[in-house]
Ligand binder design. Sequence first.
Ligand SMILES: *Cc1c(COP(=O)(O)O)cnc(C)c1O
Length: 394
Amino acid sequence: MDMQAYIDQADSVLMHTYNRYQIVLDKGEGVYLYDVNGKKYLDFAAGIAVFALGYGNKEYNNALKGQIDKLLHTSNLYYNIPATNAAKKLSFFSGMDRVFFTNSGTEAIEGAVKLARKYFYKKKGHAGSEIISMNHSFHGRSMGALSVTGNPKYREAFEPLIGGVVFADFNNLESVKDKITDNTCAIIVEPVQGEGGLYPAEKEFLFGLRDLCNELDIVLIFDEIQCGMGRTGDMFAYQGYGVKPDILTSAKALGCGVPVGAFAAVEKIADAFEPGDHGTTYGGNPFATAAVNKVFDLFEDEKILEHVKKVSQYLENKLDALAAKYDFIVERRGKGLMQGLEFKNPVKDYIQKAMDNGLIIINAGANILRFVPPLIITNSNIDDMIEILEKSFQ
Ligand SMILES: *Cc1c(COP(=O)(O)O)cnc(C)c1O
């Protein structure tokens, strides 16, 4: 069957919620993807910041195969060893005390919001709490996660969403202060905004939020679903800032391809949840958490964080050089291996041309190219990417 036939079939059975690029991907190897025609692509998208370890890592694959043969699922009515070990590792690396595993980033946000509300409810003895989120933020597509997502375009058709959510301006502490009331239970923020356009938080902003939350006993939630798991060169972006949240969400690279997410909290907040307050059938099952365990082990064995710190400097320099060379590029911004190039014009055609030339790259908004490659990317891969990109500008 030729590629177009696969695409036509897909379009006849899948809901049309995406304008997909016209390729059918078939297999992956390291930092390369292949389509069904065998065409090879250098991958600078990693399945949207997911495949941190690259495709086809033998140890990772073997860990999953081993767990498949042993035990895939138990439900959360019982204990299982991979979940316990994964929770130990996640709490160690995140600095949080208690972990709840979910099936996705969106569900991690749902859980984080519920936990913050429950903490407020226990403290005040009544419901009706409010959450402050940021304009241009992205936290997911379910009704709860959409309610804290600061993009009116995504929200409009689905209103009314959950109540009690207000939006402040990212990197503007005064704008957050203006929104605080006696009923504010949480502030939710991405330390580096991803979908919103690759905007890193300013250090003073996060410190300011931390002070505010300490002073008023408000729960500070960091959404590290995209910027966490080594992407910025620290295991979690907050560690590079030196500002610790009360609740942290993770997903994307947490499972490196197996659908898994988590929200984790410091003990004082986590203790607000009692049996019956929250649950999931699949969340934290032995298969998904076997992946999480292996991911953390491989991050250590392969010294991923050190590698990201080095290689991301190289990527930054190369992208800065591009921004200086072409007057249709506005600027580079981002952190670590989570970078964006903002253009004066839409980037859609560049993405298509890059794909024709064997490079997979994505956008974040109409005018911004997003670079979120596998974390194992090398300087020479970066050189190749720059070469293809420049060719695609012509
Ligand atoms: C991707 C993303 C989400 C949603 O995660 P899903 O796994 O797609 O549900 C939430 N927050 C941020 C910052 C994200 O990048």
